[in-house]
Design a protein around this ligand. Structure first.
Ligand SMILES: Nc1nc2c(ncn2[C@@H]2O[C@H](COP(=O)(O)OP(=O)(O)OP(=O)(O)O)[C@@H](O)[C@H]2O)c(=O)[nH]1
Ligand SMILES: [Mg+2]
Ligand SMILES: [Zn+2]
Length: 313
């Protein structure tokens, strides 16, 4: 119904007002466009969607793979006729089909907050098996401090990429990583430099970036919408709006799986009882001797008090 063999496959890269912006693979579009286009350019179409089209009753999200028809190559417009099955979904920020999540945190301005970082990591772990940390603004601290954080986050079980747009440090390694990934999503607090990082890596973009509030030294929520940018060679990166206090609604018994420190302890051994919160239960084999244990315990206690199964994340 409405689907045509001539439809072209594309990715929803942004939602703007009532339109969906869809990026079409260049090789497909090339056959249709009668003008010279730089091969490194990607083609974006301003689309509406077929009446009542949804994804199993849910709205179409940035990241969705769609088929576009009725393309008007003069005005770059089209109509989305169908949505392909999703491989992953994140609720806040809303995005589909990502392969890796990068929690972005700045060394300073705003000052790194390990509790906040852990909350972002827990949320990210809930939605992805591929979670990494980017430490931005490494120019705002000494090499020794940066090195200490690298070791610290590695001991938690994470890959960490320290970067600075001021001196360019770290971007080679980060870009190598992004190139291995189809769709990387940046998420984290406001003002840590997510949009600045993409502007640095993709010189053709100029996403608005914001100063920090002078009083609180926090970001001003400059980015308001999720948007995907092409890094070339089939890799994409998504910018998302920052927020400062990620909430979650996760079964307290599942929280252990979201901490690599617990996961690694349970790899070859099990606690005595299957339902174990890994706090003080008899026969629990999870050690309490790790840096984030208190944060883990606080998350469990928070979820014991506030978890609602009907509204699970
Ligand atoms: N010193 C330093 N400042 C940086 C760096 N990266 C970004 N900034 C500054 O940090 C501020 C915030 O940057 P944004 O890119 O807007 O931050 P964001 O994470 O996108 O913030 P939201 O869109 O609000 O979520 C800007 O003033 C940037 O110039 C860096 O590597 N070093
Ligand atoms: Mg931003
Ligand atoms: Zn246990």
């Amino acid at each position: 119904m409405g689907i045509n063999k001539k439809d072209l496959k594309g990715t929803v890269v942004a939602l703007k007002a009532n339109f969906l912006i869809v990026e079409i693979e260049f090789s497909q579009a090339l056959l249709k466009i009668n003008k010279e286009t730089n091969p490194s350019e990607t083609v974006r179409l301003i689309c509406t969607k077929r009446n009542k089209l949804s994804y199993n009753g849910y709205s179409i999200l940035v990241g969705d793979i769609v088929l576009v028809g009725e393309i008007d190559w003069v005005n770059y417009r089209g109509v989305i006729n169908s949505v392909k099955p999703r491989i992953s979904i994140l609720k806040r920020p809303s995005i589909a089909n990502f392969t890796d999540l990068f929690v972005v945190i700045s060394l300073n301005d705003p000052l790194i907050n390990l509790n906040q970082l852990s909350r972002f990591l827990v949320k990210a772990e809930y939605s992805s098996n591929n979670v990494n940390i980017i430490l931005t603004k490494s120019d705002l601290g000494t090499e020794v401090i940066v090195e200490e954080y690298i070791e610290r986050f590695q001991s938690w079980g994470y890959n960490i990429f320290p970067v600075s747009i001021i001196n360019g440090h770290g971007f080679n390694q980060l870009l190598d990583k992004f190139r291995l990934v189809k769709l990387s999503v940046l998420c984290g607090p406001s003002g840590v430099g997510k949009s600045s990082l993409i502007n640095y890596l993709v010189p053709a973009t100029s996403i608005p970036v914001g100063d920090l509030s002078r009083k609180s030294r926090r970001g001003k929520h400059t980015t308001r919408h999720v948007e995907i940018f092409s890094l070339g060679e089939g890799s994409f990166i998504a910018d998302t709006p920052g927020f400062n206090h990620p909430g979650f609604n996760i079964n307290p018994y599942s929280l252990g799986k979201l901490f690599p420190e617990v996961r690694s302890q349970l790899q070859n051994k099990n606690c005595k009882f299957r339902n174990c919160l890994h706090l003080e239960e008899p026969g629990c084999i999870v050690s309490r001797n790790w840096e984030r244990y208190d944060q883990y315990r606080n998350c469990v206690k928070e979820m014991i008090n506030s978890y609602h199964p009907s509204q699970e994340d």
